[in-house]
Design a protein around this ligand. Structure first.
Ligand SMILES: C=C(OP(=O)(O)O)C(=O)O
Ligand SMILES: O=S([O-])[O-]
Length: 262
């Protein structure tokens, strides 16, 4: 059944989209669960990241990627897996395997293993011949936080090396990187990143609803948001469209002007 259209809503890009991306974090669901989610919410999912090393231990990964392809959803290998392969000297084997099972994107990060910025740049260049590369900036260890200059410089260097998109670290928890330990947004880091590469080239990892709402209020409905839980895809769409109290100013504003002009 078609969705209704009686409300006045903010403008929102439609799939296949280049802005307003929703990037989800898959903790390892099977192909049938992926197909069920995408049958309803496929129009709201743009990039599907198989978290950390889940793809490596999943005997049905190629089947799941085929489901994503059917729905026009980009499949992305988790960054931690490529980091571990790189640290073991087998990054090339990892990329060849990922290409073989059908991944369209790989995430290049250095949040877990001791990889220099120069090593990362080389890995981005190497992966860019086969994949749309998404890089990640930010450490996973809360005691090893970047300075504002490091955030800015690394994001810019990633883009220069060939990254389509730069993901800003927030993890599944939403308590590191662009967030403080309580999940509050580190606005100075967000501003530094937006300044360095522009919001259209950034995906902000924002796993919690209050964080998603903050980014929608700050950058509008077409902000790129990442590490969205599979169960939260429709909920995020309502935040983008002002259909949840946290971001309802625009939709409620439209309702008030309609009432006044009556
Ligand atoms: C999910 C991953 O990392 P992060 O927690 O940084 O999103 C990953 O590396 O696959
Ligand atoms: O390893 S570095 O360059 O932070």
């Amino acid at each position: 059944m078609a969705t209704p259209s009686f409300l006045t809503l903010p403008p929102r890009s439609s799939a296949p989209r280049t802005v307003g991306l929703t990037h989800v974090l898959d903790p390892g669901v099977g192909p049938a669960a992926a197909a069920d989610l995408l049958a309803g919410a496929g129009a709201f999912v743009d990039i599907w990241k198989t978290g950390w090393g889940t793809a490596y231990v999943d005997p049905r990964i190629a089947e799941k990627i085929a489901v994503l392809d059917e729905h026009g959803v980009g499949s992305c290998l988790g960054g931690t897996l490529l980091e571990i392969a790189w640290a073991q000297g087998v990054a090339e084997q990892c990329l060849a395997w990922a290409h073989g099972v059908g991944f369209r994107h790989v995430e290049v990060s250095r949040g877990t293993v001791p990889m220099t910025v120069a090593d990362k740049r080389a890995l981005v260049r190497r992966a860019a011949d086969r994949f749309a590369v998404v890089t990640e900036v930010g450490a996973k260890d809360p005691d090893q936080q970047h300075t504002l200059a490091q955030w800015r410089d690394e994001a810019a260097a990633d883009r220069e090396a060939g990254a389509h998109l730069v993901v800003a670290e927030g993890r599944q928890s939403g308590t590191v990187g662009i967030f403080d330990a309580d999940g509050g947004v580190r606005e100075d880091v967000v501003d530094a990143l937006a300044d360095a590469v522009g919001p259209a080239h950034l995906v902000f990892e924002a796993p919690r609803a209050h964080q998603q709402a903050w980014f929608v209020r700050r950058f509008g409905p077409d902000v790129n948001l990442g590490n969205i839980a599979l169960d939260d895809v429709l909920g995020l769409e309502t935040l983008r469209l002002g259909l949840r109290s946290d971001t309802a100013e625009a939709t409620v504003g439209a309702a008030i002007s309609a009432e006044l002009s009556r």
